[in-house]
Design a protein around this ligand. Sequence first.
Ligand SMILES: Nc1nc2c(ncn2[C@@H]2O[C@H](COP(=O)(O)OP(=O)(O)O)[C@@H](O)[C@H]2O)c(=O)[nH]1
Ligand SMILES: [Mg+2]
Length: 691
Amino acid sequence: MKSYDPAQIRNVGLYGHQGSGKTSVGEAIVFLGKATNRLASVVEGNSNFDFEPEEVRRKTSMSTAVGYAEWGRNLVNVIDAPGDSNFAAEAVMSLVAADLGVIVVSAVDGVQVGTGKAADMLAEAGLPRAVFVTKIDKERSDFHKVLADLQAALGPAVVPLALPIGAESSFSGVVDLLALEARTYAGGPNGVKGQPPADMADRIKAAREPLVEKLAEQDDELMMKYLDGGELSADDLKVCLGKGLKSGGVIPVLVGNATGGTGVDLLLDVLATYGPSPLERTSFKTRKGDVAAELKADPSGSFVGYVFKTIVDLQTGKITVFRVVSGSVPAEGFVNVSTAAKERFGGLVKLLGKKTEAVPAGVCGDILAVVKLKETRSGNTLAADAASGELVTTPLPAHCISYAVKPKSQGDEDKVSAAVQRLVDEDVGLGLSRDEESKEFLLHGLGQSHIQTAVDKLKRKFGVDVEMKLPRIAYRETIRGSAKMVEGKHKKQTGGRGQFGVCYIDMEPQPRGTGFVFEDAIFGGAIPRQFIPAIEKGMRDATTRGVVAGYPVVDLKIRLVDGKYHDVDSDARSFEMAGSRGFKAAFKLCKPIILEPIMNLTILIPDESLGDIMGDVSSRRGRIMGTDAAGRMTVVKAQAPLSEVQTYASDLRSMTSDRGSFSMETSHYEELPPQLAEKLVSEAKLEEEEE
Ligand SMILES: Nc1nc2c(ncn2[C@@H]2O[C@H](COP(=O)(O)OP(=O)(O)O)[C@@H](O)[C@H]2O)c(=O)[nH]1
Ligand SMILES: [Mg+2]
């Protein structure tokens, strides 16, 4: 591969709704750029970008993949981000790598949820946007309707730069509205230039006028010339398109058949000619401790790189994919400023999916990879200078679902945590924690299929077979009634020295959140002072594994009021036992109940879903605390028991056709309704019998 100047590089991300054709557009780009010798296909399972077996099987992207095309004088790096919101963290991570986002929209399905999400995400990241309309060759494709919907959804910056020639099965090419030139595709993705069809003259005129006006708006001087009735030259229009694309004033729309690879050559021409180079990217933000700074892409500056992707490949090993943010990659290695590890590497490579090709140098702005780094994961900043700050990037979406993962064979616990950690290195949208109370490993993610895919990968990549189940809920036990003078007695007389201790206690409920209160109210030496801590210890130990269903006991008060002892046989151990027995006996007398965790939910939904969501929340034993308008969306604040919302991430997605999102946190504990409590108690009894 020849070497490129940073100004010739174009970093292009593909974003949009799942199934719109992003990966197919990516395949067409790398085929046109001769990085591959055949046009690969998602459906046939030979896609360069969807290379993970889980992706091949389900025929959809689940992680970000990169490729490249050499196009004329330019090197176009392609970043194919997954559209499925389960894998949204991957798309967010890729925003540092891309200098422009192509929003891919199907001409059959039109503007979808993922279209709007992609457009918003790119706008928030401040990246220029273009649109590529796919599937124009399919039945019921409608370019003009898609265009109108795009204008309604993304605003007046949307203008067509191309028109399709023919439609559905008769689609044969595109008209470049700027050059007023047709490209027809007889047998492959390389268009043959020619005159636009004569019968399209009116349509071309009708589309070109608003385009020229939109372009003129991008430059004050040219706008004056245009308003004064002057003709804008081809060069004038080019200047305007470059300016408008980079400023966001123009969102050009192109069209084609992605799987046939047609129309994509014009997209590449537009990106190469008008798209931003890495040097034009407005500065990156960095942070070191409390000190924030700005970093400009500077080819002769000190090297800084950002790892936006890690692939664990069984043959190659760990592949670290990064963008050269500034400077060029030092051959002698770099420091990972996020982990403070010095990293050396064998050689720099360009990646096409998981295929590597060695390159001699890593220039500013390029997207490259190295293999077998030791202490580097996605999200890390690499630098020549250990004192460099870390890159500040778009925050990842918050985890909204958790599953407990348990090895299928016992004794594999250590293997599980090590393997899951490697998986989290690969996909930073996942999280791992351990629940100290239940001793479960919890895998956190963005949806059920996110976690399911992680579990599949654990087995395939690391040979760790786990089962996933909903995490054990941290119920609590407490009391509603009170009792007085309950006896706790421990007495044993089997030869030699005996054991003896008796305590009398009162028990009463306490307000939520109090925990366990112990009061020593013994007067006059009914029990020698030195044994009182042992009684308290016996009781505290008893609270950790509750009396009715095995959950920790909270929110009650014990008063130690009386006791008996024996000069010879009494010892600390005997009083510990007596304390524990007294506690359990009293607890049973005090109308025990089970408490369940109640969550605060913040749910963001489209207005029209409000009725459904409110009904659904109450069917989950929840209550609405309030609603707020947020643009075209509504924020619903609600409370609901954790046991009813453990899979809410997936449920909300299907109730709102993927438009809703939510976050939750624990609020407080409330009494579990009696019939549910009974069920828990009998489950606990069964478990105990099994043990
Ligand atoms: N006929 C036709 N099919 C397409 C086109 N683009 C994508 N597809 C099909 O649409 C499906 C989804 O495509 P894919 O590239 O995986 O979409 P992604 O999820 O956005 O990456 C696949 O079955 C593709 O073969 C197109 O322009 N024309
Ligand atoms: Mg895809």
